[in-house]
Design a protein. Structure first.
Length: 559
């Protein structure tokens, strides 16, 4: 039976924070912080309540872990040196002091719950009696200034059967059931738990989920208590965040096959190809391909990276997995095993960074797709009333501004100069359809902006026409009053300004006409301004008054 010498998996859960909802629920925090990202640490230090209280009590809260050392022996040096300098500045949390007037020093923050002295286990059980318990080696949290977050649960196991390793990856990635049938048929755990073990072997369940009651709340799925406990700082019931993908976490995994359990020539065998397919597509153990053979082989040809295939080392990526697979541990050319196994070291450093960056791209673009739809819905409702509100115009402007910031600050076509890193990045970008999604959303936002531009042009044309009409009427009034104000003499002056008893009626008729015309002109001007007050409001009222009377930003997502 094939065994795994070493299994190391990071279960990655990307989620989107509803910034408006969080700021509304915790106004005191962001009243003290002008930037969203600078208030995040204080938010994470709020008292834990509910499902996460016991976990936080025993393990502690999230602690920020920026890079502080940059010498050649430091983790920062080894993690960052392979990337372009602009990637180092953007995608790594550092303690560099900010330049004066430039706001926070970093637009992302790394957090960790230290587990060095803790013996924490991740447990899963299904309805058919199968179970697994695996050691949790690290808990990480990446939070970005655009309100995207990635939770990482790292687990490790040694000397286990391939069947058990595949079951761990396939079952522990689930975060909520897609149906009750999944639970009955054993395709979804009926129990997920974090269990803390002390030095005497005594176990304490910190949090567990049995999915005995599961229902959606305002389109949000019933997220497992194990996840909600780790995200204790945000209230899931109040819709302060939502998972961006489906019911599965992304599986970023490393597998070292035990060479003592495989026959000679296994590297080039069909059995190894079947095993790689099972790992890549996060399926359980099987003697043959899970799907049609021709289809699977064609798909794997595109999704696998073969540069080191002659040594039995394969890489692969799909929309829900990222795999490093090798045969045992060995000296890699001049990279000595005594210095640490090169393939596992790259898995834990540069390739993990690439996986997180590409996942961040995908999740951000999916979030943009949702926001674009929600803003368009708001504008559509306004268009039915033939007038777009200033608040919805602000939402559309913020959407366009945020997308420009993503394109100009976060998004790069190339992360590193080295071929291997670039090839890994391009494969993941292709699988995630990042280029296609980015172009589609860019077109949608440009069209949205163009429609608002046309709306503004139409409104400006209306305003100019009103002004022209009002000017014409006021001008006519000025001509009339000016005519009567001229120093005419002779018969005209006697009839109008110094009338005799016989011409007094002409005097009063002329005077009444001028008064009525002037009054009607002023009233019409006031009517035009009052009936179109929303068009003139921002121009006439002082800014401090507008700031006081405008409604604050509200969540588009929260019901």
């Amino acid at each position: 039976m094939i065994r795994f010498q070493h299994l190391h998996t990071h279960f990655l859960l990307p989620f989107s924070i509803d910034k408006e909802a969080v700021c509304e629920d915790h106004m005191g925090i962001w009243a003290r912080h002008p930037h969203w990202i600078t208030g995040v640490t204080e938010w994470l230090n709020l008292p834990a309540e509910g499902v996460g209280a016991k976990l936080v009590e025993r393990l502690g809260k999230w602690k920020r872990t920026p890079y502080t050392r940059y010498d050649i022996d430091s983790p920062a040096y080894q993690d960052m040196v392979f990337f372009h300098s602009y990637v180092r500045r953007v995608f790594f949390d550092t303690t560099e002091p900010p330049e004066e007037g430039q706001g926070p020093e970093s637009l992302l923050q790394f957090y960790q719950i230290p587990l060095e002295e803790q013996n924490l286990w991740f447990v899963a059980e299904d309805a058919k009696g199968r179970s697994a318990s695996v050691r949790v080696t690290d808990l990480r949290l990446h939070l970005y200034a655009n309100t995207i977050g990635v939770l990482s649960i790292g687990v490790e196991a040694f000397n286990i059967s391939a069947s058990e390793g595949l079951w761990i990856n396939e079952m522990m990635r689930k975060v909520y059931p897609s149906s009750r049938r999944q639970l009955r048929e054993g395709r979804m755990p009926v129990r997920l738990a974090f269990v803390l073990e002390d030095g005497q072997g005594q176990q304490d369940v910190l949090v567990e989920e049995r999915f005995e009651r599961a229902e959606m709340v305002s389109f949000h799925p019933p997220l497992a208590a194990t996840i909600r406990a780790l995200l204790y700082f945000a209230d899931y019931e109040q819709q302060e965040y939502e998972p961006v993908l489906d019911e599965r976490m992304v599986v970023y995994t490393y597998v070292a096959v035990d060479p003592a359990t495989i026959p000679e020539g296994f590297v080039d065998s069909r059995e190894y190809e079947v095993l790689r397919s099972r790992i890549l597509y996060v399926d359980r153990w099987g003697e043959d391909f899970r799907y049609d053979t021709a289809f699977t082989k064609k798909l794997m040809l595109r999704q696998q990276y073969r540069r080191w295939a002659h040594q039995g080392t394969w890489y692969g990526s799909t929309t829900y997995s990222n795999v490093t697979c090798c045969i045992g541990q060995f000296d890699c050319d001049e990279h000595e095993l005594a210095e640490g196994f090169l393939i596992h070291r790259m898995y834990r450093s540069r390739y993990l960074a690439i996986a997180l960056i590409t996942l961040f791209y995908r999740v951000t673009l999916l979030d943009f797709a949702e926001r674009t739809a929600l803003v368009s819905r708001q504008l559509y409702r306004d268009a039915e009333g033939a007038r777009i509100s200033s608040e919805n115009i602000r939402l559309a402007s913020e959407l366009r501004s945020d997308f420009l910031h993503f394109s100009n600050y976060w998004y790069f076509d190339e992360l590193a100069n080295k071929d291997e890193e670039s090839e890994h990045f391009r494969k993941q970008v292709h699988e995630y359809r990042i280029d296609v999604m980015k172009n589609e959303i860019e077109v949608e936002i440009d069209k949205l902006n163009e429609s608002l531009h046309n709306y503004y042009q139409f409104r400006n044309t209306e305003a100019v026409n009103r002004l022209a009409m009002l000017s014409l009427i006021l001008g006519a009034g000025a001509v009339v009053t000016g005519f009567f104000g001229m120093n005419f003499s002779g018969a005209f002056g006697q009839w109008v300004f110094q009338p005799s008893r016989t011409a007094i009626s002409l005097h009063w008729v002329s005077l009444s006409f001028v008064i009525l015309f002037a009054t009607a002109t002023l009233l019409f001007g006031a009517y035009v301004v009052a009936s179109n007050w929303r068009d003139y409001r921002e121009s006439l009222l002082p800014r401090w008054w507008l700031a006081r009377t405008e409604r604050g930003a509200r969540s588009l997502k929260r019901s």
